[in-house]
Design a protein around this ligand. Sequence first.
Ligand SMILES: [Zn+2]
Length: 370
Amino acid sequence: MPEDYAEEYRKAIHNARNKVLNPRSGVPKEAYKVLMSLYARMISDINKDIGREAITAERANDLKRLITRRFNDLGDQLGMLFSRGKKKITEGAAEAHAIAVERTTTAAGVSSFSVSFNDIPDRALETMMLRRGLNAKNYQSVIKRGLQRAATDIDDYLASAVGRGVSADRAAKELAGILSRNNDTVLGLVEDGRLMKSNINKALRTGEIDVMDYRDASQILYDSRRIVVTEINTAHREADLLAQDRSPIVKASKWQVSGRHYGLPSSPCVCTVYHETDQFGLGPGVFPTRNFPSTPHPHCGCYPEAVIIEDPAQWGTGGEPLQEPNDFTEDQLQTMFSDKTDYHMKRQIDTANKYLNLAYQFADKRFAKG
Ligand SMILES: [Zn+2]
């Protein structure tokens, strides 16, 4: 009786994926919570720095120095938070395949393979850097730029506070409103009676402070949130792909779209092209793992699903090798885009070809030594 080993493998992967990527309890959510609490703590600390004395020109200079230091500390903490998040998620992705191999070989009654996924997390992070054009500190430079811009806004605010001769109490509230952009989650985490949302709103209203005039001061909060989600998802994807490439039971990788993909007004798009087209003769959406493209647009929820070698006798003989890809053509995809404008179709095909070729060129160099 033939067993469905693919199902066994997929189940193990899905369970592991749901654990680390769970929207309510997974790594991105956890990192988001830490990010919010770090940010709230910074606001509390700045509140203490402001203390009870009025903001004079002299104090403003000291305060500026203190606030800049708080921001820099936050930048360091966020750097560590991102590193931890990425490490954890890549470990999760690698472990998933270790478990899947174990379960599948046990189910098939074949002796286990001596395959190790231990180096996958490090390799995944390295791959991320290389793929990104060698800019290893991408998120850090975003944060650094954000901190510089924020400093200018803080300067402007302090000058305005001095000019208006505001009390320490008012300054603390106004600044908390500016730094949080009135974000409920952040303000809910700030532990100080004088910085309640209602107090803050009242201070902003009566002081005629528009938090949007000081957008840059809070941009770091929004940028970090976006970066932490993107970075963690990308790290997971890289580790998953490397583990698929390593796994003795995985043959290739299938482009899977998220559940809501076909309901989106932008569909069909480049992801539909990847998902539905049989470009490598391996079936619709199936790529040799090393040919698998990076996410072709922001907020792409697609992911690589392991395609399993069905016959246990063939396990360990290697997956599909890297292939020089053929470009997608308009002729080939006319039907898929029949409801869309020519312009949309051309753009999607161009993008599909761009990431298809980037993946090939990258892998051709990266795996040149085997
Ligand atoms: Zn997508």
